[in-house]
Structures are given as C-alpha cells and as structure tokens.
Design a protein around this ligand. Structure first.
Ligand code: ADP
Ligand code: ADP
Ligand code: ZN
Length: 219
C-alpha cells in the first residue's frame, strides 16, 4: 500500500506517518528529512538547498523529483511507503504519476490533513524531535512522559528545526497556499482524495486515517 499525506506545515503529517509506519509496516519518505540530511552532510544538493529551506521557500521541482525517484527504488519501499511532504507542486504530482507508472507501482490513498492556519503557528513553534531516533514531540500537545527523556528510545537530546520560527512559518504557509493547495483538485478529479480533520487530537486523527486505509470506501 502506497499513500500520500498532504497538508500544511504543522498539520501532523510527520506525526501520523510515524504512527502508520509502525501499525502498517510501511516506510515513511519525508522529503524534508531527506533534504535536512543532505544539508547536515554538506552534500552538493545540501549546499544548493540550504538557503531556500532557511527562507521557507520551495526547493526546485527537478531536485525533489530526482531525489524521490531514486529513493523509491530502494528495497524497503517494496513493502509500501508513505509520502510525507511530497508532492508539493503540480509538476511534482504529475511527475509522481509518471514515475509510479514506469516503476509498476500504485498510489492507493491520498489523504489531506486539514488544519486552520491560526493553529499551525503554535504547532510549529512548539515542535521538537528526539536527536537520536527522530520521534516527534510538542511542548504542549505531545510531551515526553518523563521530562527530557524520549519515550521511544530513552534519548536525552532533542532538536528544534532552524526554520520553525514564526517569521519563516509565514513564508512556508504562503508557499503552501500558493503552490501546494492547488494540487488538491488534481487528486480530487482522480477521485483519490480523502480528507481528515487535523484539528482533532493526535489519536483521533490516527483513527480517521486508519478508517480510510482499512475501509477504502468513499462517503
Ligand atoms: P508536519 O509534519 O505536517 O509539519 P508534525 O507532525 O511535525 O507536522 O506536527 C507539528 C507539531 O504539532 C508537532 O510538535 C506535533 O507533536 C504536533 N501535533 C501533530 N498533530 C497534532 C494534533 N492533532 N494535535 C495537537 N498537536 C499535534
Ligand atoms: P513541514 O513538515 O513543516 O511541512 P518539511 O520538513 O516537509 O516541512 O519541509 C521543510 C522544507 O524543505 C520546506 O520548507 C522546503 O524548503 C523543503 N521541501 C521539502 N519537501 C519539498 C518538496 N516536495 N518540494 C519543495 N521543497 C520541499
Ligand atoms: Zn528517541
């Protein structure tokens, strides 16, 4: 089973992808994580995209499409994957369809996690992750059970993203509305799009997504 999680920055795509990964045995493909890895490793791509990411703008389509196309070929993707943060533009959505067809792969679900903009700033400014295992947390909405200790791996170091500031979030939200939201009709026309209420609690959103993945029936 292959699926796309769509939604603005802070909607809960990463949080839900981590849960689906565990319960359905799929692999999470986060283009944001891949790019941050490239920046940290100071690869050629990393050097090209750092300034763009710091500003909250979108990385060129060709860079992203090549990166995903290469990643999907890895053996672990054969068990199914969750696209988190991709596609983000119409050319990316079209390229994904072409690439999946070429590789003989299918897209089973496109799920939009919808959340009002006002909530997103608070979500993003409170976000932090375990530096060791990457588990995601929030200062208010998803605290660690023991203060300063990762629930998942016991790690005690955490990190916050350089672009999770209020100023950069505004630019990222603009990019979402201008470049990413227009792909929703693309999937709607193909009758693939399903929406879940991202304003609900993390557990409730997980249940709504599970209903889509398990049922497959349309309302
Ligand atoms: P995205 O990957 O879409 O940018 P994240 O999954 O990283 O979003 O979520 C952003 C922040 O909001 C994280 O700190 C996460 O713990 C928190 N969060 C995610 N989903 C919810 C929810 N349904 N309710 C409250 N907080 C949430
Ligand atoms: P969020 O989880 O908050 O939505 P991401 O981690 O997905 O953010 O993305 C962080 C940054 O990486 C984006 O602001 C953008 O610069 C770049 N990026 C990630 N995915 C893509 C993509 N599919 N197309 C263009 N740029 C991307
Ligand atoms: Zn951890």
């Amino acid at each position: 089973m292959n699926l796309i999680l769509l939604g603005p920055p802070g909607a809960g795509k990463g949080t839900q992808a981590q849960r689906i990964e565990k319960s359905y045995g799929l692999v999470q493909l986060s283009t944001g994580d891949m790019l941050r890895g490239a920046v940290a490793a100071q690869t050629e791509i990393g050097r090209q995209v750092k300034r763009i990411m710091d500003a909250g703008e979108l990385v060129p389509d060709t860079t992203i499409i090549e990166m995903i196309s290469e990643r999907i070929d890895h053996a672990d993707c054969a068990q199914g994957f969750i696209l988190d943060g991709f596609p983000r533009t119409t050319p990316q959505a079209e390229a994904l369809d072409v690439m999946l067809e070429k590789k003989g792969m299918e897209l089973n679900h496109v799920i939009e996690i919808s959340v009002n903009d006002e909530l997103l700033v608070e979500r993003i400014t409170g976000r932090f992750t375990c530096a060791k295992c990457g588990a995601g947390y929030h200062d208010k909405f998803q605290k660690t059970a023991v203060d300063g200790v990762c629930d998942n791996c016991g790690g005690t170091e955490f990190s916050r993203r350089a672009d999770d500031t209020e100023k950069v979030i505004r630019t990222r939200l603009q990019a979402y509305h201008a470049q990413t939201a227009p792909i929703l009709p693309y999937y709607q026309e193909k009758s693939r799009l399903r929406q879940v209420d991202g304003m609900a609690s993390i557990d409730e959103v997980e249940q709504q997504i599970a209903a889509v993945l398990d049922g497959g029936a349309r309302p």
